[in-house]
Design a protein. Sequence first.
Length: 158
Amino acid sequence: MLALVFLAGLIMFRLPDVVNDQTTTVVSTSIRVARVIDGDTIELVDRRRIRLLGIDAPELGYNDDPSEYGAEASRDWLRQRIENELVRLRYGPSRLDRYGRTLAWILLPSGELINAALLEAGHARLLTGFPLPADLSAELHSATAQARVARRGIWRKK
């Protein structure tokens, strides 16, 4: 009987992880990227703004504030890779952020995850304050570790 109660407790504690698992979300059909706004935000041809999930790129300067170290390089790298290209979106459990941007993982037609590629190139940091999809977590952590060890992008000494 004690084992049954213990098993029921485990199921109850694991249920939220299953319900919120991002592996069950929809992947869109292909759509073209109209422009890259910064290292973690793009605009599609249908005018939707997309905030890349799981990463945080350095912020570009705004008004009189200077850009953070690596902001232009991050934006430029992303521009070279996906501007005017077809991509697919994999949505997270929340579709919009507080600014009305769609939250998504970005996939190239080849299947390459751009979010992870940004990390591996050293142009963004991994956001760990939110749950990562189980099927992407290892790839994202590995990409971050590779950039840090190789001192690429934002991990270079200033």
